[in-house]
Design a protein around this ligand. Structure first.
Ligand code: HGY
Ligand code: MN
Ligand code: MN
Length: 426
């Protein structure tokens, strides 16, 4: 029976309960909500998610990439599957909604489909992707990246700042690292389309008074590691003009990163997140500094030009202080447009439900970036209060989350019945 979208009305109390239950699983030693990838609180949260997937009647397994996947079988075995989901790991001292809304919203949709005796044509896969957040290995979206066949055995040799190897972290978490590089989705099981519900994590929907955002594109991220090599000296005796102060050169670079972001002609941002200054003693001129930064935009041309401009400026200003600098950029992900057809399906679903929506870019990256390599991709946003996220103040209203699940349901019902094309929004 193909149910009418308006009949799939999510239960606010059940969603609220799940959000509250998941929020109880966190590292008590950290502020906010902390379930970082491979941590014990994260292990516990995934066990809870598995149990909720089973309760919702899904057939649950963990794939070779460490993704927890619940399958709701469709009427037509062999038909290309629908897939939705998000992540339940958090940043350090993060919030309760980033990622959680997409996984728990999808579970509420599954319960709705079952309670209304809706049997989809296609299998519906609900995924809690492994480790979406950026980590010390320089690779965000571990699970979806591997599912898209983009996580290599060389990546498993990456080390974090404590020298721990990524492959060993998989093993300690109970996952077989040898299975990760080969965990890519096989074309023998085609995917029909991917749609992810997520909090906006920015201010646009609240500013425009819209309860739903339909994502047009997801920003690319270029990450910078700059190593400044000056000269340690006695802070009390070395004259100012004779110093080669690595931290002063890095401070100039921090401001250059900010200027680049503020000057972006399109949605572009730039952030320096960390300076590690050595030796760090109060009476020693800093001899060496490591600087971590990133720039983001949906505009590929601006991103690559900005990386070149910044590299030139950082080298030139460092030379002025007699400091050498090694500038290293790495691409976390390139900008990815949403599928034009999924964008159309989501906006038509919102229209049919009489729900206002706005087209919005995503400054945050998501598992959807990697899923776009496997099938047509779209995202549904719900507002974030004050545009805040990745902090304990992160908040989204339950009524908005319920509306997001409603639009997700109507989108899934529509995608289930239609053939999809591969075009994108740009
Ligand atoms: O960094 C991001 O944009 C995402 O929240 N992981
Ligand atoms: Mn997220
Ligand atoms: Mn996040």
């Amino acid at each position: 029976m193909a149910s009418k979208p308006e009949s799939l009305t999510p239960q606010p109390s059940r969603l609220e309960h799940d959000l509250a239950e998941l929020a109880r699983i966190r590292n008590p030693e950290s502020g906010g909500w902390t379930r970082t990838v491979f941590s014990e609180p994260y292990r516990a949260s995934r066990e809870w998610i598995r149990s909720r997937m089973v309760d919702a009647g899904l057939e649950v397994h963990t794939d070779g990439a460490g993704n927890v996947i619940g399958v709701r079988p469709g009427r037509r075995p062999g038909a290309a599957s629908l897939i939705t989901g998000s992540h339940t790991d958090t940043v350090e001292s993060g919030g309760r909604f980033d990622g959680a809304v997409g996984v728990l919203g999808a579970l509420e949709l599954v319960r709705q489909l079952t309670e209304h005796d809706v049997v989809l044509e296609r299998d519906l896969l609900v995924v809690d992707f492994l480790g979406e957040e950026s980590n010390d290995f320089g690779l965000s979206c571990l699970g979806s990246r591997a599912l898209a066949g983009e996580l290599t055995s060389a990546d498993l040799d990456r080390r974090d700042h404590e020298g721990r190897r990524l492959g060993d972290r998989y093993a300690a978490f109970g996952l077989d690292p040898a299975g990760v590089p080969g965990a890519g989705w096989t074309s023998s099981r085609p995917l029909h389309g991917y749609v992810e519900l997520h909090v906006e994590q920015g201010p646009l929907l609240e500013e425009r008074g819209a309860p739903i955002g339909v994502v047009t594109a997801i920003a690319g991220i270029e990450r910078l590691l700059a190593r400044f090599d000056g000269r340690p000296d006695h802070a009390g005796t070395m004259p100012m003009g004779d110093r080669r102060d690595a931290l002063v050169a890095a401070a100039e670079a921090v401001l250059a990163v900010r200027r680049e972001g503020c000057g972006a002609p399109v949605h572009g941002v730039a952030t320096t997140s960390r300076l590690v200054s050595e030796p760090g003693s109060p009476n020693v001129v800093p001899g060496a500094v490591r600087m971590h930064a990133e720039i983001r935009s949906v505009d590929t041309a601006w991103l690559s030009a900005a990386t070149r401009r910044l590299a030139d400026e950082i080298r030139a200003t460092a030379a002025g202080y007699g400091v050498d600098v090694d500038v290293e950029w790495s691409t976390d992900n390139v900008p990815v447009p949403a599928s034009a057809e999924v964008h159309e399906v989501v906006s038509a679903a919102a229209d049919a439900l009489g729900i206002a929506w706005e087209p919005v870019p995503s400054g945050a990256t998501h598992d959807a970036v990697h899923m776009a390599r496997l099938c047509p991709m779209g995202m549904i946003f719900v507002p974030s209060r004050g545009g805040r996220s990745h902090c304990p103040d992160e908040w989204s209203e339950l009524e908005h989350i319920v509306t997001g699940v409603q639009v997700l349901g109507a989108t899934v019902l529509d995608m289930d019945r239609r053939e999809m094309s591969a075009g994108t929004t740009s």
